[in-house]
Structures are given as C-alpha cells and as structure tokens.
Write a protein that binds this ligand. Structure first.
Ligand code: ATP
Length: 231
C-alpha cells in the first residue's frame, strides 16, 4: 500500500516511521504493527533519501522503496510515505516535520523510532525542535535500554513521558509514549553482513523481500549497489 502523503482523509493522529530500511526486516514490521495496534491509526513508513546520521545506504533509494512496497503489500494500515525520497537531498527529520506542519499546524503528529535512535537524538539536526513538531513513540529495542540515556534526553523522557494513545490526540506535539512490544533483535546491519557472508538471513525478512534481494543480487559485496538511483 503506497500513499504519497495527502490523498487519504486526515486521521486524528498522523504517525510516521522514518528509517533507512536497508533492507526492511521483520523487526521494522513488528514495531510498526505494534504502534498501529496500540495507537489505533495507520503507520506511514517513510524511507530516507540520503540519511545524514549514518554511512550511505547499501542499496539505492529505488531498491529500498521497492523492497518496502513488497513488505507492506499484505499489511493492514501500514503504508509507504515517499515524501523524503521525493524531496531529494539529505533527509533531516526536523525539516520533514516543518514542511508537514506548514499545511497542518494543529494536527497531532507522532514519530515512531527505536530506543537506539532516541538515545542518539542529540546528534539530530535541531533536535530540541522535534518536540514542538511531533510526539515521539519510542519502541524498546534489544540491547538499547532507555535507562542509560544522556542527561538531557533522560530529562525529556521524564518530563514528557507517560503519555497514552489518548494523550497524543489531545495536543499536536510534545509528549513521549513508550511502546511495549516483544523485543526483536533484527538489524539491517546484521542482515547485510549475513547476506554478504552467505549466512542464514531469509527468515529475518518477508519472503518477497528476500526474493527481491536474490533477484537483484543486493548486499552480496557487503554494501549493495552503492546507491545508484538514490533520491
Ligand atoms: P541499521 O542496522 O543499518 O542501523 P536498522 O535495522 O536500525 O538499520 P533503520 O532503518 O536504521 O534500521 O531503523 C529505522 C528505525 O527502526 C530506527 O528508529 C530503529 O531504531 C528502529 N528499529 C530497527 N530495528 C528495530 C528492532 N529490531 N526493534 C526496535 N526498533 C528497531
């Protein structure tokens, strides 16, 4: 299911899930489903064009989007949002949210992210502004506990945390909800390494995505196609 953003009737909570999805794996799908079910709203998975916080992706934006489309084909209320791919350039979340806010100043907007991403939030562009633009929904991740955060982040979690699904709908931004879901240890880094090493990787992602990786020979050299066609 693909929604470029804007064509569907506005739900009362807009929930975005940004990532590199290089490739999309079962861990991503598990937290997206958990967020959908907990918050009772669709989740828009938003692949980054050119991620500023990490090395360039192993597969091009075109391939990453194609794999995500396959992964979401049978999923209820999980859709792809192409706005960062179509914008091109570096995918700063704060800029994506500012652009969104220009059209929807009062909408409740939330951003889903893993605990490891939250722990690194202070390296994101204008990170404090994120709280005036969106709520954060933080998924616990195996090996990334929230008990060991830098002091400024721990303070934000303390001040803004404890929100429930209703609280996220009462105000446009600024609350934090911790998503309890079964911890899954998948990571795209590990997957890429397993593919390059010829290990047992197919069970870690949807069969259609595994078929796509095989068909296009992605990640075999430990990197992929180096980003040809990237947005
Ligand atoms: P990489 O290993 O290359 O960093 P990744 O598997 O973390 O990739 P990303 O696309 O970078 O995938 O992740 C998008 C978001 O999903 C991030 O906020 C990340 O914390 C979260 N995430 C990814 N895998 C999991 C998982 N298994 N459990 C919880 N959160 C996850």
């Amino acid at each position: 299911m693909t929604d470029p953003g804007g064509s569907a009737p506005a739900p009362d909570l807009l929930l975005f899930y940004g990532g590199t999805f290089d490739p999309v794996h079962n861990g991503h799908l598990a937290i997206a489903r958990a967020a959908r079910d907990r918050l009772h709203c669709p989740v828009r998975l938003m692949p980054a064009g050119d991620p500023p916080h990490r090395p360039p992706p192993g597969a091009s934006a075109e391939h990453r989007a194609a794999m995500l489309r396959l992964a979401l084909a049978e999923e209820r209320e999980l859709c792809m949002d192409r706005r960062e791919l179509e914008r091109g350039g570096r995918s700063y979340t704060v800029e994506t949210l500012r652009a969104l806010r220009r059209g929807r100043p009062c909408a409740s907007v939330a951003l889903l992210l893993g605990a490891d991403s939250f722990a690194g939030l202070m390296s994101w562009k204008d990170w404090r502004d994120l709280f005036s633009l969106a709520h954060l929904v933080i998924a616990e991740r195996a090996g990334s506990p929230l008990g060991d955060l830098a002091a400024p982040l721990a303070a934000e979690l303390e001040a803004r945390g404890g929100a429930d699904a209703a609280a996220l709908r009462r105000v446009p931004a600024g609350r934090i909800l911790r998503l309890q879901q079964p911890l899954s240890g998948e990571s795209a880094t590990r997957l890429r390494a397993l593919i390059a090493a010829g290990g047992d990787w197919r069970r870690l992602l949807p069969a259609a995505v595994a078929g796509y990786i095989d068909h296009h020979g992605l990640y075999r050299d430990g990197g992929g196609d180096g980003g040809a066609g990237a947005a």
